[in-house]
Write a protein that binds this ligand. Structure first.
Ligand code: ADP
Length: 216
């Protein structure tokens, strides 16, 4: 399957993407993870992206397209892909279409995870992430806490609050989502690719998405 996952920050795109790739063998491509790893590694890309990310703003489209051009031509994408956090703007969606045309591929669906704003806000402020770049397990201080001393239950590394998960950055991310990313829902609806899911529980959403994709 070749899928784009849409949804506000904290809608659960990462969790849903992970479960879906286990189901059909496609590869999950998260621009957020690629960028965070670049920041951690201190690469040129990381240096350029860091400020935007910490403020909760989008990284410029041309930088994102440079990353995606390279990534989508890698051999593992032949089996299918789930794009998690990309495209985030109309120009990115248009550039993606051009890129896919060029490499002879077509999207099967754009899956939108629809989550009420109050739920999103609660999730983002209580979310914690494993700081090991090879793990990045997601925790929640209320529903799925790390160990009592704040370590990852999978790999034992410190679990932290991301720099872009302060109240101010979260406000910016949600506004950016409304202004720049939400218009993609209409964009993909017009393209006949949109599948919308009210998503309050990731496990249920994964089951519903699987059923919808089987019927596609
Ligand atoms: P979330 O969806 O929880 O906001 P992500 O992990 O997808 O987080 O992204 C984190 C940050 O990385 C974003 O706030 C943004 O600065 C940057 N980013 C990720 N993907 C893109 C993209 N496609 N275009 C522009 N910026 C991006």
């Amino acid at each position: 399957m070749r899928i784009v996952l849409l949804g506000a920050p904290g809608a659960g795109k990462g969790t849903v993407a992970k479960s879906l790739t286990e189901f059909d063998g496609s590869v999950q491509i998260s621009t957020g993870d690629i960028l965070r790893n670049a920041v951690k590694a201190g690469s040129e890309l990381g240096k350029k992206a860091k400020g935007y990310m910490e403020r909760g703003e989008l990284v410029p489209d041309d930088l994102i397209m440079d990353i995606m051009e390279v990534r989508m031509k890698e051999p593992d994408c032949q089996k299918g892909f789930l794009l998690d956090g990309f495209p985030r703007t109309i120009p990115q969606a248009e550039a993606l279409k051009k890129l896919l045309d060029k490499i002879g591929m077509k999207l099967d669906a754009a899956i939108n995870l629809d989550v009420p704003t109050d739920v999103i806000l609660d999730r983002l402020t209580t979310r914690r992430t494993c700081s090991n770049p090879d793990c990045q397990e997601i925790y929640n201080v209320k529903s799925n806490p790390p160990t009592a001393d704040g370590k990852c239950r999978k790999c034992g590394t410190d679990v932290i609050q991301r720099a872009d998960e302060t109240e101010e950055a979260i406000g910016n991310r949600l506004k950016t989502y409304q202004d720049k990313t939400a218009p993609l829902i209409v964009y993909y609806e017009k393209a006949g690719l949109l599948k919308n899911f009210l998503s309050l529980n990731s496990r249920e959403t994964v089951e519903n998405v699987k059923i919808a994709l089987k019927g596609a």
